[in-house]
Structures are given as C-alpha cells and as structure tokens.
Design a protein around this ligand. Structure first.
Ligand code: FAD
Length: 480
C-alpha cells in the first residue's frame, strides 16, 4: 500500500517473539510495523526494544551469573590451579554497569536491525480498535499523541510480566521482582527468595556467590519437578550441600512485612510456623501474560482460563489474520520458543510451510552446574508406557572436565528400546547449555542413539560425554 499508516503486518510488542517476527516478515517482503511501549530504565526515556529477555531477563541475568561465577572461582577454584589470590573484592556497581552496557548494546542493536530491514518502529501502547473493511485498526497511544494504523495481519507478542503475590507489594527496593533483583546496589547480607523455579535459582545463585545468605521458599513439595528426577536429585545435592543455598520445600507463605529493618516472611512448613528475616526479598513465582489494555474483549479475541491468548498449533487465534506468539500464549515461557513462533507465523503469512516441533525445544537453567534437557524425562516415558533404554555417563570420567576442574554432573540419554530413536537427553554439568544443542539437532533429525555413537567427537571435549552416553545406551561405553 502507498498509505503511510497502512501495513501488511503490525506486530504488537518488540520482545524476542515480536522483533523476530517483524524482521522475518520484512525479509519476506512485507511492509511491517512493530509497536513497543516500554522504556525500562532508558536514560533518554527512549523506547527499549528486546522485551523482557534483553532488558530484565535472559541477557542481564546471564551477565550477572558470569560475574558472580568468576568471583566465586577466584575465591574457591583458582587455588587448586596454584593461582594465589589475595583480597579478592567485588564492586557491585561495576558489575551492574557492565550488565547495563551489554543490555544497551543489544537493545540498540535491534533498533539497527529494524532500520536495516525497514521495519517501522511505532513507540506507544498498541491496542485493537476495530475493523475497517478487511483491515484491523490498531491504536498506538504514544507519550504525546495517539495514532491509528491499519493492518492486514496482526501478530500479538505482548509477552508476560512477573506475577506478584497478593498482599506483597513489590517496590523493587526491599521487595523485588526480576527487574529489581538484577539491579541491587550492594550484596544483601540475607536474601529471601520466594519460588525455586528457574528465575529464583539463577538470581539466588548470583547473590549467594557474592556472599549473601540465601533462603529460597518453594510451595511445591518436589524440587525442580519439571526436570528428570536424576537431574533434580543431583542439583538438590549440589545447590544445598555444596553451595549452601537454603532451599525450603512445601512451604505455605503467610504474611510478609517490609519495614526499615528489612523484610519478614511468615511461612509454614512441616515443622510448623516459621519466620524468615532478610534484608531483601525476591518474588519469583511465575509470570502472567500481558493481555490487559489490548482490547481483546472489544474484538472478541479469546483467552484461556489462565488469561493466555488461545491459539491453534500454528499460532492462529480465533480471529481472522490475528496471530499470537511468545509468553502471551500457552507453552514454555522461553525466548527461543517465542522467536521460533515469530518466524513460523511470518512464513505462514507468506504462504510458506512454517513449522515448530514443540517436542524438541531445549530447556536450560544457568546455575552452576548448568542444567539442560530436551525431550522426555524417564518419569514421562514410564507414565506413557514407552519402553526405553538409558545411558548415563558422569563428567568425572571425562579428561576435559578434569582439566577444567569441573566434574560435577552427568549426561543421560534415553532412547526407544525398539527403534533406538532418541526420546530425551538430560544434562547437568558445566556447559550443559551448549552441549544440549547436539541432542536437539539429533532429535530434530530423528536420530537414534547409535547415530550419535557413530559420530566422531573431538577429543578432549565435554561433548565426548554425549558420545559415551549414546554408547552407554547400548551398554558399550569405552571410557566408563
Ligand atoms: P517479552 O519479552 O515479555 O516482550 C513483550 C514486549 O511487548 C515487552 O517489551 C512489552 O513492553 C511489550 N508490550 C506489551 N504490551 C504491549 C502493548 N500493548 N503495546 C506495545 N508493547 C507492548 N528465557 C530463555 O529462553 N532463556 C533464559 O535464560 C531466560 N532467562 C530469563 C530470566 C529472567 C530473570 C526472566 C524474567 C525471564 C527469562 N526468560 C528466559 C524468559 C524470556 O525472557 C521470555 O520467555 C521472553 O522474553 C518472552 O518473549 P516475548 O517476546 O513473548 O515477550
């Protein structure tokens, strides 16, 4: 169209789901706009691209995990290499500034990618205003003015925000969600965390390594219930016994009071009523989809019982030419899942065969050791009555892991007992986040354990543990 306010595709939200959808759609020749409202902590008050992931999620958390890991190694690991260190210190301001610089570099990088691909950025809050012929009317409420744009297709990628507990107001000073917890100005002496999920464990680890006494309160009776049991058992052992994270399971949170002296959390567990006193509290109890103010009721966009936008297997909503991707739809709240959905939708709109295999999306927890898996757990295979063979090899049997002084954990491969097709791979150990990629590729190609067993793996590398795990499925490991 020659009209300046009319687009083939309007994307609402510039997180990983939205910005990737916008770029892919522009590559395919569409006229694309992307609407984003958030400025986060931008010093110039400019709209910030990249969503939760780049600004207050994946990227900043990994930056702090790296800094705190190095500090921890300087204190505890260098000595075994013969490296003497005195007066190791940590300047939290420098650490947080480094993180901010990485975030700024990446968010402005996306601005550059929008320019390069000719994606129009519209700063403001997007909402559905109605229909005009075959087109959707989208209102963009900016800081100064409100405009209406027209779109043939709309991709909703509004993401999620932290769930807050009732009666526990988050001020991001004493009581923090992920945004506050990534920007502490000092190491708290005593840190409380509610929720032992991925975010709670990662952020708890950061501040624990820097010297905080960390207590994590978790409502569920089981630790890391989504992971394979062998992995969660090993993780529990390492996190609690070796690293000294105090994780309390099966906890019922009561009253939380924040005052000048800190935060007091009343809770109950098997042993009766307890109180946890801490200087700061992180609330990481899950995330809620961003659908309010979108005008869903207005146009009849259907949500499920948990407020997520209802979609079919191809991210189509109940409305014509309205699609939804990322954290705002059901499925794992992972950046790479949202990005893949964004690409799929752009390609489907272009008439191509967009496709995602939801069974091969990798999960990663960036603690130390890292945890990563793809496919099914042993418990899932058992409950589905699928006969399987398992091969498990510890990193302690690997020369590279020994050289690195980091031998915790193992790789476990599960393969169909009849066909040998790989059904799941579970890694706990140094670099699990990178190692899992081989398993994902193998599963995408429908590989058998024997396929991995016959692939040449460089020596000495951690990837040899994947090789040995595949050999172990057939009970013929060479080095274990
Ligand atoms: P978001 O990233 O939430 O982006 C949505 C965007 O839409 C936001 O910028 C928002 O401002 C904007 N928006 C919302 N409503 C409107 C509107 N009406 N108009 C205009 N704009 C709007 N995932 C991983 O895969 N790996 C990790 O290591 C990882 N670490 C994480 C660590 C933390 C601390 C947190 C909190 C999350 C982490 N995640 C991680 C999850 C990941 O951040 C999300 O899955 C991902 O950001 C979802 O992408 P999205 O595009 O769907 O939504």
């Amino acid at each position: 169209s020659i009209m300046s306010n009319q687009f083939d595709i309007v994307v609402i939200g510039a997180g990983p789901g939205g910005y990737v959808a916008a770029i892919r759609a522009a590559q395919l020749g569409f006229k694309v706009a992307c609407i984003e409202s958030e400025s986060y902590a931008d010093p110039k008050g400019e709209v910030r691209l990249g969503g939760t992931c780049l600004n207050v999620g994946c990227i900043p958390s990994k930056a702090l995990l790296q800094s705190s890991e190095l500090y921890d190694q300087a204190n505890h690991a260098f000595i075994m290499h013969g490296i003497g260190m005195e007066n190791v210190s940590m300047d939290v301001t420098t650490m947080v500034r480094r993180k901010e610089n990485i975030v700024t570099q990446l968010t402005s990088g996306i601005r550059g990618l929008f320019k390069k691909n000719k994606v129009t950025l519209l700063a403001g809050r997007g909402s559905f205003a109605g229909r005009e012929g075959d087109l959707w009317q989208i209102q963009v409420a900016g800081k100064e003015e409100t405009q209406t744009v027209l779109a043939t297709h709309v991709i909703v990628a509004t993401g999620s925000r932290p769930r807050h507990l009732e009666g526990i107001p988050v001020d991001n000073r004493l009581v923090c969600d992920n945004a506050g917890a990534l920007s502490f100005d000092a190491v708290p002496k005593r840190l409380g965390v509610i929720g032992a999920g991925v975010i709670g464990l990662e952020l708890g680890s950061v501040w624990k390594r820097l010297g905080a006494e960390v207590d994590i309160l978790e409502a569920m009776p089981d630790f890391l219930a989504a992971a394979d049991q062998a992995v969660s058992k090993e993780a529990w052992k390492v996190f609690t016994r070796k690293q000294g994270l105090n994780i309390h399971l099966g906890v019922k949170i009561g009253k939380v009071t924040a005052g000048e002296q800190g935060v007091a959390i009343e809770y109950e567990n098997d042993a009766g009523p307890q109180t946890l006193e801490c200087d700061r509290l992180i609330v990481s109890v899950g995330r809620v989809p961003n659908t309010d103010g979108l005008g869903c009721e207005h146009i009849g966009l259907e949500l499920d019982e948990r407020g997520r936008i209802k979609i079919d297997a191809h991210c189509r909503t109940n409305l014509e030419n309205v699609w939804a991707v990322g954290d705002v739809v059901p499925g794992p709240m992972l950046a790479h899942k949202g990005m893949d959905e964004g690409v799929m939708v752009a390609e489907l709109i272009a008439g191509q065969a967009g496709h995602i295999d939801y069974g091969t999306i990798p999960w990663v927890i960036y603690t130390h050791p890292e945890i990563a898996w793809v496919g099914k757990t042993e418990a899932q295979l058992q409950s589905e009555g699928i006969a399987y063979r398992a091969g498990q090899i510890p990193f302690a049997a690997n020369g590279r892991a020994l050289g690195q002084g980091d031998t915790t954990g193992f790789i476990k491969m599960l393969a169909d007992a009849r066909t040998d097709r790989i059904l799941g791979v579970h890694v706990i150990g140094n670099n699990a986040s990178e190692l899992i990629a081989e398993a994902v590729a193998a599963m995408e190609f429908g590989a058998s354990a024997e396929d991995i067993a016959r692939i040449c793996h460089a020596h000495p590398t951690l990837s040899e543990v994947m090789h040995e795990a595949a050999l172990a499925v057939d009970k013929r490991p060479l080095h274990f």
